[in-house]
Write a protein that binds this ligand. Structure first.
Ligand SMILES: NC(=O)c1ccc[n+]([C@@H]2O[C@H](COP(=O)([O-])OP(=O)(O)OC[C@H]3O[C@@H](n4cnc5c(N)ncnc54)[C@H](OP(=O)(O)O)[C@@H]3O)[C@@H](O)[C@H]2O)c1
Length: 164
């Protein structure tokens, strides 16, 4: 990827699923710092430790599962539904607004044309600082996918041809 960037074939390099441990293990060996790290991130797992590391390196965090992969405990959380009612938005739009307002990039998915359009209608309202703090308090510090779990590294190494 670094060669492709040097050759002008790509503008930026993005990585994914780099936890603090994986980031610290590999990124110091890179010539080019990644522009973005895409990881699981939503109000239930806010990646606070990773965000401190990325902020220092001026690297953006992009949330996959920004809607909790459709988790109804998250989309139906009383705080989320009350904010949705207050701002006349749906629960998904509240989650995306919170994440964006908190400085994150979001990668939501929907198969529903109305929601696809609605999920970008999050720039015509703003959560108060008190509401942001209440949303931040939903963090459990746990992700549903663990990139450091046994077998993940072997699975990836076996899936690609890695040249030294
Ligand atoms: N880098 C990685 O390792 C990695 C891993 C996982 C996922 N990803 C990527 O992350 C992206 C998102 O993943 P995802 O689709 O699994 O999770 P997601 O975007 O968090 O959740 C999608 C779910 O939310 C529902 N939804 C969408 N908009 C909504 C709204 N406004 N209100 C309520 N529900 C709403 C969708 O249902 P409807 O379709 O019915 O709207 C769907 O069930 C995908 O592009 C995926 O490829 C990357």
């Amino acid at each position: 990827m670094e060669e492709a960037k040097e050759a002008g074939q790509i503008k930026s390099i993005g990585v994914s699923n780099m936890t603090p441990k994986i980031w610290n293990q590999y990124v110091p060996q890179f010539k080019t710092k990644p522009a973005v790290n895409q990881v699981e991130c939503n109000p239930f797992c806010q990646q606070r430790e990773l965000r401190q590391i990325l902020d220092k390196d001026d690297v953006k965090l992009e949330c996959y599962y920004p809607l909790g992969h459709g988790n109804t405990d998250l989309l139906g959380h009383p705080l989320v539904t009350s904010l949705a009612q207050k701002y006349n938005k749906d629960a998904g739009q509240i989650l995306l607004r919170f994440e964006t307002q908190d400085g994150l990039i979001v990668l939501p998915k929907s198969t529903n044309p109305q929601r696809i359009q609605g999920n970008i209608q999050i720039f015509d309202f703003q959560l108060t600082e008190q509401e942001m703090e209440a949303m931040r308090a939903l963090d459990t510090g746990k992700t549903t996918h663990d990139p450091e779990a046994d077998g993940v590294e072997d699975m990836l190494r076996n899936a690609f041809v890695i040249e030294d």
